[in-house]
Design a binder for this molecule. Structure first.
Ligand code: COA
Length: 273
């Protein structure tokens, strides 16, 4: 495990771009990549200049899934190390991304196979190149969507689509991924980055505490009874009031009532100009 820089980060206009960086291996997730990704996400969690995180792949691939050699073959006879990496691999894709305090966007620029589906599903939003190729290829090598992948499929895909693609292993393109609701939208590859960055910057212009509450309110209510979710929402609103020093009321609603902007048609930044 001598490789490093398997994940790179750049920050521009309040958007952190996290790039899976093993293009020679189609950005397959090696044990080192998982370790480095856990570290990167932990640092970005508290980093102050970035408000939105975009995850993408170096070169022409988004991510070819787990590194089949380094993970399944090389660790075959080392159950403790296999378990350590397995836990890390599922943790960042399935839990860290899901409950991340900043909005996350998957930007699928090319191949997206197997374990990469959990990255896409773990992010709040996802966009792909029309040319990108998706596939639950596991069945093609006599396995199945293991780790966090089956649960990711169950979370986001309709049952017919999930089982169809899991059982056939058939690849599909970005347009189809959008059609079945696995991603928000597909754009021509040449336009993908501009589209995603424009959206990321728009989201970055919103209040970060309000964005955090949007995520928590949605994600945690999925796991609660209606009564618990409504009670949680009231407590969350009080938390927001405290964190923002009541600015959602004094500025957000106050400036609307003063006729400075119309929240139905755009963000509060319009009132600030
Ligand atoms: N694990 C380990 N290595 C991988 C990999 C993976 N998931 N995907 C690609 N690679 C490696 C290849 O072994 C090859 O390594 P080498 O140059 O040392 O021989 C290199 O990446 C390039 O792959 P190659 O197959 O030559 O590139 P390609 O552009 O023709 O095809 C893919 C790309 C992604 C279609 C093909 O590599 C593939 O099918 N990979 C497996 C995808 C998969 O089933 N993922 C699910 C894992 S859960």
């Amino acid at each position: 495990m001598s490789e490093s820089n398997t994940v790179t980060v750049s920050i521009e206009n309040a958007v952190a771009t996290v790039t899976l960086n093993r293009p020679h291996k189609r950005n397959a997730m090696s044990p080192t990549l998982h370790i480095e990704m856990v570290d990167v996400l932990e640092k970005l969690r508290y980093e102050k200049t970035s408000r939105v995180v975009v995850i993408t792949g170096a070169g022409e691939s988004f991510c070819a899934g787990m590194d089949l050699k380094q993970f399944f073959m090389d660790l075959k006879d080392d159950p403790a190390e296999f378990d350590r990496i397995y836990r890390m691999a599922t943790e960042w894709r399935f839990r860290t991304l899901r409950y991340y305090p900043k909005p996350t966007i998957a930007m699928v620029n090319g191949y997206c196979f197997g374990g990469a589906f959990s990255i896409v599903e773990g992010c709040d939003l996802a966009f792909a190149a029309k040319e990108a190729t998706f596939g639950l290829s596991e069945v093609n090598f006599k396995h199945y969507p293991g780790g966090s992948v089956s649960k990711s499929l169950a979370n986001l895909m309709r049952p017919r689509d999930a089982l169809y693609y899991a059982m056939t292993g058939r690849p599909f393109k970005g347009d189809r991924a959008a059609e079945i609701g696995f991603i928000n939208a597909a754009y021509p590859l040449a336009e993908l980055r501009d589209e995603v960055m424009a959206l990321a910057q728009e989201i970055a212009s919103k209040d970060p505490d309000a964005l955090h509450a949007c995520k928590d309110g949605y994600r945690f209510s999925l796991e609660m009874s209606a009564d618990a979710a409504i009670n949680y929402a009231a407590a969350k609103s009080d938390q927001l009031t405290l964190r923002q020093k009541d600015s959602w009321r004094s500025e957000g609603i106050g400036d609307f009532l003063d006729g400075k902007y119309r929240p139905g048609l755009g963000g509060h930044e319009k009132a600030e100009k």
